[in-house]
Design a protein around this ligand. Sequence first.
Ligand code: HEM
Length: 117
Amino acid sequence: MDVLINVFVALHIIGIASLLGGFLTQMKAMGAGTARFIPAMLHGALTMLVTGVALVGLNQADDQAVNNVKIGIKLALLVVILALVYVKRDDETVDKGAFAAVGGLTAANIFIATVWT
Ligand code: HEM
């Protein structure tokens, strides 16, 4: 079970790479107000959701404690990220505020996941 959990943590991190990496490639464009949500960001956010839910299930099946408050906050932030990226996925340009919000919420989730032990 440990190996399976670790595989899903790895997939979870690949999801972060896709979501955050997509955001970082657009930062210059964001400054100019011409950024857009690229497919890697949507797929990364979806990967986070699927692997995150799987990790909760796997940890519980393995009798390992899951911090429900922490996971609940991460899930709530991800729902906002996913909603923004999904709704505006076909927009040629996304305004600075919405784009920055996705980057900020993603970074917040990374700090919540790592600093909150
Ligand atoms: C943008 C969104 C997210 C980011 C950036 C993120 C980040 C991370 C990181 C860096 C880890 C590895 C560090 C650790 O083991 O604590 C992790 C683990 C984990 N994540 Fe996420 N996560 C996100 C969304 C979610 C969601 C939506 C869920 C559940 C619905 C979730 C559930 C978990 C679980 C269960 C672990 C296993 C380790 C633990 O915290 O006990 N994550 N996440």
